[in-house]
Design a protein around this ligand. Sequence first.
Ligand code: GH3
Ligand code: MG
Ligand code: MG
Length: 333
Amino acid sequence: MRKPKGPGDGQTDGAAAARAHGRVLVVDDSRLVRKVVVRQLRQAGFEADDVDGGNAALERIAAVPYDVVITDLRMPGLDGFEVLAGVKRVAPAVEVIILTGTHAKDVGCAIRALRLGAHDYLTKPPTHGEDVTLTVARAVEKKRLNEANQRLMQQLELLSRTDDLTGLPNRRAFDEALNREISRSRRHTQPVGVVILDIDHFKRVNDTCGHPFGDQVLRAFAAVAAGGLRQEDSLYRYGGEEFAAVLSQADLTRALLAAKRIVARVAANPLSVGDATVPVTVSAGVAALRAQDDAESLLARADEALYRAKAEGRNRACAAPAQLQLVASQRSK
Ligand code: GH3
Ligand code: MG
Ligand code: MG
Protein backbone atom coordinates (compact mmCIF):
# COMPACT_ATOMS: atom_id res chain seq x y z
CA MET A 1 0.00 0.00 0.00
CA ARG A 2 1.32 3.44 -0.84
CA LYS A 3 1.86 5.81 2.04
CA PRO A 4 -0.35 8.91 1.72
CA LYS A 5 1.71 11.96 0.82
CA GLY A 6 2.26 14.64 3.45
CA PRO A 7 3.00 18.30 2.79
CA GLY A 8 6.44 18.80 1.21
CA ASP A 9 6.79 15.10 0.33
CA GLY A 10 6.67 15.78 -3.40
CA GLN A 11 9.70 18.05 -3.19
CA THR A 12 11.66 15.66 -0.97
CA ASP A 13 10.85 12.71 -3.23
CA GLY A 14 11.86 14.74 -6.28
CA ALA A 15 15.21 15.73 -4.77
CA ALA A 16 15.88 12.16 -3.61
CA ALA A 17 15.00 10.78 -7.06
CA ALA A 18 17.28 13.35 -8.70
CA ARG A 19 20.08 12.37 -6.34
CA ALA A 20 19.48 8.72 -7.16
CA HIS A 21 19.96 9.52 -10.86
CA GLY A 22 23.06 11.53 -10.10
CA ARG A 23 24.23 15.04 -9.34
CA VAL A 24 25.80 16.93 -12.23
CA LEU A 25 27.65 20.24 -12.53
CA VAL A 26 27.66 21.93 -15.95
CA VAL A 27 30.59 24.29 -16.57
CA ASP A 28 30.58 26.61 -19.59
CA ASP A 29 31.15 30.28 -20.27
CA SER A 30 28.11 30.29 -22.57
CA ARG A 31 24.91 30.84 -20.64
CA LEU A 32 22.90 29.34 -23.47
CA VAL A 33 24.86 26.06 -23.51
CA ARG A 34 24.55 25.77 -19.72
CA LYS A 35 20.82 26.39 -19.90
CA VAL A 36 20.24 23.79 -22.64
CA VAL A 37 22.32 21.07 -20.97
CA VAL A 38 20.87 21.68 -17.51
CA ARG A 39 17.35 21.48 -18.93
CA GLN A 40 18.10 18.22 -20.75
CA LEU A 41 19.55 16.71 -17.58
CA ARG A 42 16.71 17.81 -15.32
CA GLN A 43 14.16 16.47 -17.76
CA ALA A 44 15.90 13.11 -17.60
CA GLY A 45 15.72 13.12 -13.78
CA PHE A 46 19.25 14.28 -12.86
CA GLU A 47 19.98 16.95 -10.30
CA ALA A 48 21.87 19.59 -12.29
CA ASP A 49 23.59 22.89 -11.41
CA ASP A 50 25.65 25.17 -13.61
CA VAL A 51 28.52 27.61 -13.14
CA ASP A 52 30.17 30.17 -15.40
CA GLY A 53 33.81 29.20 -15.89
CA GLY A 54 36.56 27.10 -14.33
CA ASN A 55 37.28 29.12 -11.17
CA ALA A 56 33.66 28.95 -10.02
CA ALA A 57 33.62 25.24 -10.95
CA LEU A 58 36.54 24.34 -8.69
CA GLU A 59 35.05 26.27 -5.78
CA ARG A 60 31.74 24.46 -6.22
CA ILE A 61 33.31 21.01 -6.60
CA ALA A 62 35.14 21.43 -3.30
CA ALA A 63 31.84 22.16 -1.54
CA VAL A 64 29.25 19.90 -3.22
CA PRO A 65 29.48 16.12 -3.77
CA TYR A 66 28.83 15.85 -7.51
CA ASP A 67 28.86 12.60 -9.45
CA VAL A 68 29.72 14.13 -12.81
CA VAL A 69 31.15 17.40 -14.12
CA ILE A 70 30.46 18.40 -17.72
CA THR A 71 32.94 21.05 -18.77
CA ASP A 72 33.61 23.17 -21.81
CA LEU A 73 37.25 23.12 -22.90
CA ARG A 74 37.81 26.67 -24.06
CA MET A 75 36.87 29.20 -21.41
CA PRO A 76 38.42 32.47 -20.19
CA GLY A 77 40.22 32.03 -16.85
CA LEU A 78 40.68 28.35 -16.00
CA ASP A 79 40.00 26.20 -19.07
CA GLY A 80 38.50 22.70 -19.25
CA PHE A 81 41.90 21.01 -18.86
CA GLU A 82 42.46 22.90 -15.64
CA VAL A 83 38.96 21.99 -14.44
CA LEU A 84 39.74 18.33 -15.23
CA ALA A 85 43.04 18.50 -13.32
CA GLY A 86 41.30 20.26 -10.41
CA VAL A 87 38.58 17.62 -10.20
CA LYS A 88 41.18 14.82 -10.22
CA ARG A 89 43.00 16.60 -7.40
CA VAL A 90 40.04 17.68 -5.23
CA ALA A 91 37.44 14.97 -5.89
CA PRO A 92 39.13 12.14 -7.82
CA ALA A 93 36.02 9.92 -7.82
CA VAL A 94 34.02 12.47 -9.84
CA GLU A 95 33.75 11.65 -13.55
CA VAL A 96 34.42 14.44 -16.05
CA ILE A 97 32.77 14.79 -19.46
CA ILE A 98 34.22 17.25 -21.95
CA LEU A 99 32.05 19.54 -24.08
CA THR A 100 33.80 20.39 -27.31
CA GLY A 101 33.31 21.71 -30.86
CA THR A 102 33.20 19.47 -33.93
CA HIS A 103 36.39 20.72 -35.67
CA ALA A 104 39.22 18.25 -35.97
CA LYS A 105 41.29 20.45 -33.65
CA ASP A 106 38.52 20.41 -31.01
CA VAL A 107 38.16 16.64 -31.23
CA GLY A 108 41.96 16.35 -30.87
CA CYS A 109 41.74 18.36 -27.64
CA ALA A 110 38.90 16.16 -26.38
CA ILE A 111 40.99 13.05 -27.01
CA ARG A 112 43.85 14.62 -25.10
CA ALA A 113 41.40 15.19 -22.22
CA LEU A 114 40.38 11.52 -22.36
CA ARG A 115 44.04 10.57 -21.99
CA LEU A 116 44.23 12.85 -18.96
CA GLY A 117 41.38 10.99 -17.27
CA ALA A 118 38.12 12.43 -18.68
CA HIS A 119 35.34 9.83 -18.94
CA ASP A 120 33.97 10.86 -22.38
CA TYR A 121 33.26 13.86 -24.58
CA LEU A 122 30.16 15.42 -26.12
CA THR A 123 30.12 17.73 -29.12
CA LYS A 124 28.51 21.16 -29.18
CA PRO A 125 25.87 22.29 -29.72
CA PRO A 126 24.28 19.67 -27.48
CA THR A 127 21.10 19.33 -29.53
CA HIS A 128 20.52 15.63 -28.86
CA GLY A 129 19.38 15.47 -25.27
CA GLU A 130 19.53 11.71 -25.40
CA ASP A 131 23.28 11.73 -26.15
CA VAL A 132 23.87 13.95 -23.18
CA THR A 133 21.76 11.98 -20.73
CA LEU A 134 23.04 8.59 -21.89
CA THR A 135 26.66 9.70 -21.58
CA VAL A 136 26.01 11.18 -18.12
CA ALA A 137 24.09 8.07 -16.99
CA ARG A 138 27.06 5.88 -17.99
CA ALA A 139 29.45 8.19 -16.13
CA VAL A 140 27.29 8.05 -12.98
CA GLU A 141 27.12 4.26 -13.23
CA LYS A 142 30.89 4.03 -13.62
CA LYS A 143 31.45 6.24 -10.59
CA ARG A 144 29.07 4.20 -8.45
CA LEU A 145 30.63 0.91 -9.55
CA ASN A 146 34.06 2.30 -8.70
CA GLU A 147 32.81 3.36 -5.28
CA ALA A 148 31.18 -0.03 -4.63
CA ASN A 149 34.47 -1.68 -5.66
CA GLN A 150 36.42 0.53 -3.32
CA ARG A 151 34.10 -0.29 -0.42
CA LEU A 152 34.52 -4.00 -1.17
CA MET A 153 38.29 -3.63 -1.28
CA GLN A 154 38.24 -1.87 2.09
CA GLN A 155 36.09 -4.62 3.59
CA LEU A 156 38.44 -7.25 2.18
CA GLU A 157 41.44 -5.38 3.55
CA LEU A 158 39.82 -5.29 6.98
CA LEU A 159 38.81 -8.95 6.80
CA SER A 160 42.32 -9.98 5.82
CA ARG A 161 43.59 -8.34 9.02
CA THR A 162 40.88 -9.58 11.38
CA ASP A 163 40.64 -12.84 13.28
CA ASP A 164 37.24 -14.46 12.67
CA LEU A 165 36.82 -15.99 16.08
CA THR A 166 37.74 -13.16 18.43
CA GLY A 167 37.30 -10.12 16.18
CA LEU A 168 40.82 -9.02 17.19
CA PRO A 169 43.36 -7.96 14.56
CA ASN A 170 45.23 -11.06 13.40
CA ARG A 171 48.84 -12.14 12.93
CA ARG A 172 49.21 -10.28 9.64
CA ALA A 173 48.04 -7.06 11.32
CA PHE A 174 50.42 -7.74 14.19
CA ASP A 175 53.42 -8.18 11.86
CA GLU A 176 52.57 -4.92 10.10
CA ALA A 177 52.09 -3.03 13.38
CA LEU A 178 55.33 -4.39 14.79
CA ASN A 179 57.36 -3.40 11.72
CA ARG A 180 55.73 0.03 11.72
CA GLU A 181 56.54 0.52 15.42
CA ILE A 182 60.13 -0.67 14.94
CA SER A 183 60.66 1.89 12.15
CA ARG A 184 59.07 4.60 14.26
CA SER A 185 61.12 3.66 17.26
CA ARG A 186 64.33 3.92 15.18
CA ARG A 187 63.31 7.25 13.65
CA HIS A 188 62.48 8.87 16.98
CA THR A 189 64.87 6.84 19.19
CA GLN A 190 61.97 5.71 21.33
CA PRO A 191 61.64 2.28 22.92
CA VAL A 192 59.16 -0.37 21.80
CA GLY A 193 58.18 -3.54 23.61
CA VAL A 194 56.31 -6.73 22.69
CA VAL A 195 54.35 -9.14 24.83
CA ILE A 196 53.40 -12.66 23.77
CA LEU A 197 50.64 -14.30 25.80
CA ASP A 198 49.87 -18.01 25.82
CA ILE A 199 46.88 -19.40 27.73
CA ASP A 200 47.92 -21.99 30.31
CA HIS A 201 46.84 -25.59 29.84
CA PHE A 202 44.34 -24.62 27.21
CA LYS A 203 44.33 -28.12 25.80
CA ARG A 204 42.61 -29.25 29.00
CA VAL A 205 39.72 -26.84 28.35
CA ASN A 206 39.21 -28.36 24.91
CA ASP A 207 39.66 -31.89 26.21
CA THR A 208 37.16 -31.53 29.05
CA CYS A 209 34.57 -29.15 27.55
CA GLY A 210 34.99 -29.61 23.80
CA HIS A 211 36.43 -27.47 21.04
CA PRO A 212 33.37 -25.21 20.53
CA PHE A 213 33.43 -24.35 24.22
CA GLY A 214 37.18 -23.70 23.89
CA ASP A 215 36.36 -21.25 21.09
CA GLN A 216 34.04 -19.34 23.40
CA VAL A 217 36.73 -19.27 26.08
CA LEU A 218 39.16 -17.78 23.55
CA ARG A 219 36.61 -15.07 22.73
CA ALA A 220 36.04 -14.23 26.39
CA PHE A 221 39.78 -14.27 27.03
CA ALA A 222 40.39 -11.79 24.20
CA ALA A 223 37.93 -9.32 25.71
CA VAL A 224 39.38 -9.55 29.22
CA ALA A 225 43.03 -9.39 28.14
CA ALA A 226 42.46 -6.50 25.70
CA GLY A 227 40.85 -4.55 28.55
CA GLY A 228 44.19 -4.63 30.39
CA LEU A 229 45.99 -2.59 27.73
CA ARG A 230 46.30 1.17 27.31
CA GLN A 231 43.91 2.62 24.80
CA GLU A 232 46.68 3.26 22.27
CA ASP A 233 47.88 -0.37 22.34
CA SER A 234 46.09 -3.29 20.66
CA LEU A 235 45.86 -6.96 21.40
CA TYR A 236 46.30 -9.30 18.42
CA ARG A 237 45.47 -12.95 17.99
CA TYR A 238 48.87 -14.33 17.20
CA GLY A 239 47.62 -17.85 16.47
CA GLY A 240 45.83 -20.67 18.33
CA GLU A 241 45.67 -19.75 22.01
CA GLU A 242 48.50 -17.23 21.67
CA PHE A 243 47.96 -13.50 21.70
CA ALA A 244 50.37 -10.59 21.35
CA ALA A 245 50.67 -6.87 21.91
CA VAL A 246 53.02 -4.21 20.53
CA LEU A 247 53.64 -1.58 23.17
CA SER A 248 54.69 1.70 21.63
CA GLN A 249 57.12 3.82 23.63
CA ALA A 250 57.49 1.08 26.25
CA ASP A 251 60.94 0.02 27.43
CA LEU A 252 61.42 -3.40 29.02
CA THR A 253 60.38 -2.26 32.51
CA ARG A 254 57.12 -0.75 31.24
CA ALA A 255 56.40 -3.67 28.93
CA LEU A 256 56.94 -6.10 31.79
CA LEU A 257 54.57 -4.09 33.97
CA ALA A 258 51.93 -4.12 31.25
CA ALA A 259 52.32 -7.88 30.83
CA LYS A 260 52.01 -8.45 34.57
CA ARG A 261 48.88 -6.32 34.60
CA ILE A 262 47.27 -8.52 31.93
CA VAL A 263 48.35 -11.75 33.64
CA ALA A 264 46.87 -10.56 36.96
CA ARG A 265 43.69 -9.33 35.30
CA VAL A 266 43.09 -12.68 33.60
CA ALA A 267 43.73 -14.61 36.84
CA ALA A 268 41.35 -12.32 38.74
CA ASN A 269 38.51 -12.57 36.20
CA PRO A 270 37.15 -16.06 35.59
CA LEU A 271 35.80 -16.05 32.03
CA SER A 272 32.03 -16.21 31.51
CA VAL A 273 30.93 -18.62 28.84
CA GLY A 274 27.15 -19.02 28.73
CA ASP A 275 26.13 -20.01 32.24
CA ALA A 276 29.58 -21.27 33.15
CA THR A 277 32.56 -19.43 34.55
CA VAL A 278 35.97 -20.77 33.63
CA PRO A 279 39.07 -19.89 35.63
CA VAL A 280 41.92 -19.34 33.20
CA THR A 281 45.50 -18.19 33.62
CA VAL A 282 47.96 -16.97 31.06
CA SER A 283 51.74 -16.75 30.78
CA ALA A 284 53.57 -13.86 29.13
CA GLY A 285 56.95 -13.35 27.50
CA VAL A 286 58.25 -9.81 27.15
CA ALA A 287 61.07 -8.23 25.15
CA ALA A 288 62.07 -4.68 24.22
CA LEU A 289 63.81 -3.66 21.02
CA ARG A 290 67.61 -3.51 21.09
CA ALA A 291 69.82 -1.83 18.50
CA GLN A 292 70.72 -5.15 16.88
CA ASP A 293 67.13 -6.47 16.75
CA ASP A 294 64.75 -6.89 13.87
CA ALA A 295 61.14 -8.02 14.26
CA GLU A 296 62.16 -11.67 14.09
CA SER A 297 64.86 -11.55 16.75
CA LEU A 298 62.68 -9.41 19.01
CA LEU A 299 59.87 -11.96 18.80
CA ALA A 300 62.28 -14.84 19.28
CA ARG A 301 63.42 -13.31 22.56
CA ALA A 302 59.84 -12.69 23.70
CA ASP A 303 59.13 -16.34 22.88
CA GLU A 304 62.12 -17.44 24.91
CA ALA A 305 60.83 -15.40 27.83
CA LEU A 306 57.40 -17.01 27.45
CA TYR A 307 59.01 -20.40 27.58
CA ARG A 308 60.63 -19.42 30.88
CA ALA A 309 57.31 -18.19 32.29
CA LYS A 310 55.84 -21.59 31.49
CA ALA A 311 58.82 -23.43 32.97
CA GLU A 312 58.73 -21.36 36.17
CA GLY A 313 55.13 -22.40 36.88
CA ARG A 314 52.85 -20.41 34.48
CA ASN A 315 50.45 -17.58 35.44
CA ARG A 316 53.33 -15.09 35.29
CA ALA A 317 55.24 -12.70 33.03
CA CYS A 318 58.97 -13.00 32.31
CA ALA A 319 61.37 -10.68 30.51
CA ALA A 320 63.72 -11.78 27.74
CA PRO A 321 66.82 -13.37 29.34
CA ALA A 322 69.45 -11.18 27.70
CA GLN A 323 67.69 -8.10 29.05
CA LEU A 324 67.18 -9.21 32.64
CA GLN A 325 70.57 -8.06 33.77
CA LEU A 326 70.10 -4.72 32.07
CA VAL A 327 66.81 -4.10 33.91
CA ALA A 328 68.35 -5.20 37.20
CA SER A 329 71.33 -2.85 36.78
CA GLN A 330 69.05 0.04 35.77
CA ARG A 331 67.01 -0.54 38.92
CA SER A 332 70.10 -0.53 41.18
CA LYS A 333 71.21 2.86 39.81
P1 GH3 B 1 50.64 -24.60 27.93
O1 GH3 B 1 50.28 -24.12 29.29
O2 GH3 B 1 51.96 -25.26 27.91
O3 GH3 B 1 50.51 -23.52 26.94
O4 GH3 B 1 49.56 -25.71 27.59
P2 GH3 B 1 48.49 -25.71 26.44
O5 GH3 B 1 47.60 -26.87 26.67
O6 GH3 B 1 47.81 -24.40 26.38
O7 GH3 B 1 49.41 -25.80 25.19
P3 GH3 B 1 49.33 -26.63 23.87
O8 GH3 B 1 50.13 -25.83 22.89
O9 GH3 B 1 49.72 -28.04 24.10
O10 GH3 B 1 47.82 -26.61 23.44
C1 GH3 B 1 47.23 -25.56 22.83
C2 GH3 B 1 45.82 -25.95 22.53
O11 GH3 B 1 45.09 -24.87 21.96
C3 GH3 B 1 45.75 -27.08 21.55
C4 GH3 B 1 44.80 -26.60 20.47
O12 GH3 B 1 43.85 -27.55 20.12
C5 GH3 B 1 44.13 -25.41 21.11
N1 GH3 B 1 43.70 -24.44 20.14
C6 GH3 B 1 44.45 -23.74 19.26
N2 GH3 B 1 43.65 -22.94 18.52
C7 GH3 B 1 42.38 -23.15 18.93
C8 GH3 B 1 41.11 -22.62 18.53
O13 GH3 B 1 40.98 -21.78 17.63
N3 GH3 B 1 40.00 -23.07 19.19
C9 GH3 B 1 40.10 -23.99 20.20
N4 GH3 B 1 38.99 -24.38 20.80
N5 GH3 B 1 41.28 -24.52 20.57
C10 GH3 B 1 42.41 -24.11 19.95
MG1 MG C 1 50.57 -22.51 22.74
MG1 MG D 1 48.91 -22.65 25.97
